[in-house]
Design a protein around this ligand. Structure first.
Ligand SMILES: CC(=O)N[C@H]1[C@@H](OP(=O)(O)OP(=O)(O)OC[C@H]2O[C@@H](n3ccc(=O)[nH]c3=O)[C@H](O)[C@@H]2O)O[C@H](CO)[C@@H](O)[C@@H]1O
Ligand SMILES: C=C(OP(=O)(O)O)C(=O)O
Length: 424
């Protein structure tokens, strides 16, 4: 297993290109299942999660060709061979559940392993299932699989009001509704940029959708969808992560391709903390001059609120702030696993339920730490870059799920970071 070794090296300077969004690409790829014509995705990120989705779609008979060093994905589902998403692949990645809606909508049948929980919380899929049931699907949970069938005439349009905002359930229902008979109205739908991106891609494929980016999506079902070429939206979580690098180490970094509208709540918090964030023609420039950042409170919320996927990284910043901040996690019940690891580096953090109280210290000190999940792993790297001495982060395979070329990108702005094989 690989480790990342990182050492504090003072202020950063330079540019970091931001990739296409993992969480958009993982929902755009299953959209191929809605049509027998080719779907081409450009600006795709090079990540292990994308390889997992490629394997999953391949196991269903879809073809996924990775072109231009993985930045273009050419997908085709003209010759499907299976409707069963096996546990062995699904267990690796929760987003696998996103094949359920498209399979059901196009062929009326699907068997998908239940994805189960993971380090950050229980993460049930009841809302995915309830939305599809509202469209007439009959569902049976057996042997760890969802066995789903559409009525004989196919899924039908329905009104479904999500009791809780769910990104994945909105995506599954939206994809299914594009081929359902009649009109579907999804209320309290997720408004994330990845949903907007999916709606735009589906529209390019011939779907009739209104309201993306608002809490109500209205979909007029069509008989068939066709092929399209679609660029994956910028990864706002990768963007926010790299914006925090100069905020923590000092210096000036321009994140190429970034736009403030993707991260307004996060940018407001950086501003409150005393970090300068400026939109440029090429992206977002982040600058921190001398002096400590100010402590600010954060509450994670669905978009347009502060994203849960940036909470761990923001906590790393608050560990060195002047004063005490309270971070409230409202989306996942167990998403503070990075706190004890940051404490190993000298941070002062107290976790109680969904709240973490962080009292800033002047200096973090390097230590051996362990990555527990994707965003936790990168928060430890950021902390290590700002700490005195050496930090060794183990279990970095989590990182490969969501950050392409992380060592190269951070080295290019002056970080002392390398990836090594763990000695056993
Ligand atoms: C691949 C992907 O896009 N992952 C993102 C997606 O995950 P994901 O789509 O899994 O997250 P959801 O938006 O569905 O989860 C939001 C909340 O709803 C709950 N819930 C969800 C579904 C369900 O059927 N029942 C239920 O109770 C969840 O446990 C959680 O508490 O959005 C999360 C919230 O922004 C992000 O952290 C993840 O990075
Ligand atoms: C939690 C995340 O991903 P997933 O939903 O795929 O686990 C994430 O991207 O931070």
């Amino acid at each position: 297993m690989d480790q990342i070794i990182v050492e504090g090296n003072g202020p950063l300077k330079g540019e970091i290109p931001i990739a296409g969004a993992k969480n958009a690409c993982l929902t755009l790829m299953p959209a191929t299942l809605l049509t027998d014509q080719p779907l081409t995705l450009t600006n795709a990120p090079r990540l292990s999660d994308i390889r997992t989705m490629t394997a999953l779609l391949g196991s269903l008979g879809a073809e996924v060709a990775s072109l231009q060093d993985g930045q273009v994905l050419a997908l085709s589902s003209h010759a499907m061979t299976s409707h069963r998403a096996e546990y062995d692949i699904v267990r690796k990645m929760r987003a696998s559940i996103l094949v359920l809606g498209p399979l059901l909508a196009r062929d009326g049948v699907a068997e998908v392993s239940l994805p189960g929980g993971c380090a950050i919380g229980a993460r049930p899929v009841d809302l995915h299932l309830r939305a599809l049931e509202a469209m007439g699907a009959s569902l049976d949970l057996r042997d760890g699989y969802v066995h789903a069938k559409a009525p004989s005439g196919g899924l039908r349009g329905a009104v479904f009001d999500f009791p809780v905002v769910s990104v994945g359930a909105t995506e599954n229902a939206l994809m299914a509704a594009t081929l359902a008979r009649g009109t579907t109205v999804l209320k309290n739908a997720a408004r994330e940029p990845e949903i907007v991106d999916l709606a735009r891609c589906l529209r390019a494929m011939g779907a009739q959708i209104e309201g993306e980016g608002t809490g109500t999506l209205t979909i007029q079902g069509v008989q068939t969808l066709h092929g399209a070429t679609h660029p994956v939206v910028t990864d706002r979580i990768e963007l926010g992560t790299y914006m925090l690098a100069p905020a923590m180490c000092g210096g000036e970094v321009e994140c190429l391709g970034g736009r403030i509208e993707l991260l307004e709540a996060f940018c407001e918090k950086l501003d409150e903390a005393g970090i300068s964030v400026e939109e440029t023609p090429r992206g977002i420039k982040v600058t921190r001059k001398n002096g400590r950042v100010r402590a600010v409170n954060v509450r994670t919320e669905p978009f347009p609120g502060f994203p849960t996927d940036l909470q761990a990284q923001f906590m790393a910043l608050m560990c060195m702030a002047e004063g005490t901040s309270v971070l409230e996690e409202t989306i996942f019940e167990n998403r503070f696993m990075h706190a004890p690891e940051l404490t190993r580096m000298g941070a002062r953090i107290e976790v109680q339920g969904g709240h973490a109280t962080v009292t800033g210290v002047e200096r973090l000190r390097g230590a051996p730490v362990m990555a527990t999940d994707l965003r936790a792993s990168v928060s430890l790297i950021l902390a290590g870059m700002a700490a005195e001495g050496q930090t060794t982060v183990s279990r970095v395979y989590h990182l490969d799920r969501g950050y392409e070329h992380v060592v190269r990108k951070l080295r290019n702005v002056g970080a002392h970071i390398e990836r090594v094989k763990e000695e056993v």
